[in-house]
Each structure stands twice: as C-alpha cells, then as structure tokens.
Ligand binder design. Structure first.
Ligand code: CA
Length: 222
C-alpha cells in the first residue's frame, strides 16, 4: 500500500484529497506547514507527495528545493493556481514530476497519482531516498553498494561516505573543511591532506573526470 503526503494549508482541500485517496486504498498524512512538509518528505519514507504552492511559512517551491537538495527523488505533484503558468513552469523546473491546476476534480488527481506511482515502479526507483544517482554513478544507501554504469565497485566505508556527500550535492563546490567535518566528523590538524588522498581513491575507482578540483576552494562532482 502506498503512503501519500499531502502538504496543503487549506483544510477543506486537504480533507477532500485525503478522503478520496483513502477510499482509493492509500494511506495519507497531511500537514499545513511547508517546513514540516519538507522534513516529512525528506525523511518520512513517503511514496508520493502532493504539494500546494501557497503555504503559510515557506512556499511549495522552497519545499521542493529542500527536498530535491537532499537528493530525495520522491515523486511530487504540485497544486498550482490555474491562472499561473509561471507557477507551473517553475514547479516543473524545480523538480516536480507533475502538476494539477486548481480547481481540479478528484478523479483527475487520482489518475495522476496512479500514473506517477506506476512510472516509479517501472523505473525501479521505488527505493526513494535510498538510492542516489548522478551521471552513471549509483549509490545504494541501504546495501552500501556502489555502481558505475551498472558495474559494481568496492568502496571502503570512508570512501562510500565521501562519495555519498558528493552525490547529495551534485555540481556544488565542497570545501575540504566541509568534507572533513561531514565524512570524518572531527577536526584534523591543519594541513591534513586526508581529503585529497580519499578524493584520489574515488577518482581511481569511480572515474577521475567526475571529481573536479576547484582551485583554492575544494572539489565538485560534475
Ligand atoms: Ca494554499
């Protein structure tokens, strides 16, 4: 049974969606807060998220940004105002999988939800948030296995955590200090080159072109 998170501050609409989904056999959880919704969507192990744009604290785009920023791939259907094409475009660019313009019929929404869940199963990505992917590189956080273009690669625990840090922040420059505190968790003496050494290990195992040196700043997963 699929569990669906509803992030919507209008109680009437949230209830309307929850009631319909329950009678269609889904389990639902609703919140009216964007901040709480972002945390739930990131850590709550939901199969799908229905996300309203207009929320009282942070808006739906910010929720989406936080969730995708954590590398969480859970499918998101955004609820937008029918008049706002900008909202729709922004939502899809921000990583929403689909959108529904308000007002909508429940049948319409249910069809989108079912379509999205089927697509998700078909792509084998039902392990939302557990598998990180970027440019042919895959990390399964549950089995602690790494793959490059479908080929399994052995990584030590430290290497895995370092690779995970890069995959959670693709395209971002990560400083040696950030990597040290995230992967090693305590301060090394100044001048320690442990990060450089481990980046070299990752380059050797996962492909040297992936980990770019940004002079004077750190490293970036490209
Ligand atoms: Ca709203």
């Amino acid at each position: 049974m699929s569990t669906i998170l509803i992030i919507e501050d209008e109680a009437r609409i949230a209830e309307f969606i929850a009631k319909g989904l329950k009678s269609a056999g889904f389990t639902t959880h609703a919140t009216s807060s964007g901040i709480e919704g972002a945390a739930l969507a990131t850590h709550g192990n939901f199969d799908l998220v229905i996300l309203d744009v207009g929320l009282p604290d942070i808006d739906g785009f910010q929720v989406l940004e936080q969730v995708r920023g954590q590398g969480v791939k859970v499918p998101v259907i955004m609820l937008t105002a029918r008049s706002s094409v900008t909202d729709t475009v922004a939502g899809l660019q921000g990583g929403a999988d689909d959108y529904m313009a308000k007002p909508f019929s429940f049948e319409e929404l249910l069809a989108r939800v079912q379509l999205r869940l089927r697509a998700e199963q078909a792509s084998g990505a039902a392990e939302n948030g557990v598998v990180l992917r970027h440019g042919g590189l895959t990390l399964d956080l549950r089995t602690r296995r790494a793959e490059v273009d479908g080929r399994s690669i052995d990584l030590s625990a430290r290497e895995f955590t370092l690779a995970e840090t890069f995959l959670r922040n693709p395209g971002q420059v990560l400083s040696r200090e950030q990597l040290l505190s995230n992967v090693w968790g305590y301060d090394f003496e100044p001048g320690s080159n442990v990060v450089d050494v481990y980046v070299r290990y990752l380059r050797r195992k996962l492909g040297s072109e992936r980990f770019e040196t940004v002079r004077g700043m750190g490293y970036r997963l490209v």
